[in-house]
Design a protein around this ligand. Structure first.
Ligand code: T3D
Length: 258
């Protein structure tokens, strides 16, 4: 259901249920959370790449399993709290960059997963669909928080209320993805980006993620205070000391993530 490979300090996590558009069953969600925990805890991993097998990135909740739950009177079986929320929180807070390679449709919670990542590179075949309203649900897995920060509250409301799919070109126009590339180039391009991040100043990237998340909900004075605290910590890293020396010696810095 989930493939997990580490190479070049990048953990590549591939959602692998192509016949069901990589939609998420309980088992798939548990495996995804396990893979994310493995990547977050492994000091040899310095960036994460999330993608889907086949023609979809992820179609969100597996609606067959969902229908079985409804029929059995189990409702949502607490999957939002037990599964989706920890997955999204871990992607957003892990102390290393997470890149989504959006290879095809990202719908419902599948779109939310992509939005939770730090960067999104999309294939020309990618589509985003806030499919929740189409089946009488409201957004979950963080979409109400992430999407309005990415595209603004007006656009987010439109995308969520109407649920109309957004193609890759429009997603680029709205700033929802950082790059759109031909389908055949997607994995190579996204991997190159992840490898580049994996050879960067990992602790400074972790501080950057923390500062951005904090500033989104705090005042300027509070954000300035946190920046100062994080900068103290970054200034004490080997990477900062080495990179400063390298600058003065007119050499290229080599970051070891320490
Ligand atoms: O507990 C809870 O459930 C709460 C949490 C909810 C979070 C959510 O994610 S809610 C939103 C759930 N997702 C959706 O509503 C999306 C449903 N899928 C679609 O709208 C479309 O399939 C797509 C836009 C994703 C793709 O359309 P298209 O035309 O390219 O493909 P298709 O023919 O519709 O789908 C291909 C196959 O994948 C098909 O199976 P089949 O008929 O060939 O055997 C289809 O049933 C299957 N599939 C697609 N999405 C899902 C799915 N199977 C299970 N669950 C899916 N979400």
């Amino acid at each position: 259901m989930i493939r997990y490979d580490v190479a070049d300090a990048v953990a590549a996590i591939t959602l692998d249920r192509p016949d069901a558009m990589n939609s998420l069953t309980v088992e798939a969600k548990s495996a995804l959370l396990g893979a994310l925990r493995e990547a977050a805890g492994d000091t040899a991993v310095r960036a994460v790449l999330l993608t889907g097998a086949g023609r979809a990135f992820c179609a969100g909740q597996d609606l067959r399993e969902h229908a079985d739950n409804l029929e059995a009177g189990r409702g949502l079986a607490d999957t939002v709290r037990a599964h989706y929320n920890p997955i999204v929180e871990l992607i957003a807070t892990m102390a290393k960059p997470v890149v989504a390679a959006v290879n095809g449709v990202a719908a419902g919670a599948g779109a939310s997963l992509a939005f939770a990542c730090d960067l999104r590179v999309a294939s020309e075949k990618a589509r985003f669909a806030l499919a929740f309203s189409g089946i009488g649900l409201a957004p979950d897995s963080g979409a109400s928080w992430t999407l309005q920060r990415l595209v603004g509250p007006g656009r987010a409301a439109e995308l969520m209320l109407l649920g109309e799919p957004l193609d890759a070109a429009r997603a680029l126009e709205l700033g929802l993805v950082t790059r759109v590339v031909p389908a055949d180039d997607l994995q190579k391009t996204a991997r190159e980006l992840a490898v580049r991040l994996a050879s960067g100043p990992t602790l400074a990237y972790a501080a950057t993620k923390r500062a951005l998340a904090y500033a989104a909900t705090h005042s300027l004075p509070d954000s300035l205070a946190l920046e100062a605290e994080l900068q103290d910590a970054c200034a004490a890293t080997h990477d900062h000391l080495d990179a400063t020396r390298a600058f003065l010696a007119k050499e290229r810095p080599v970051f070891n993530g320490r």
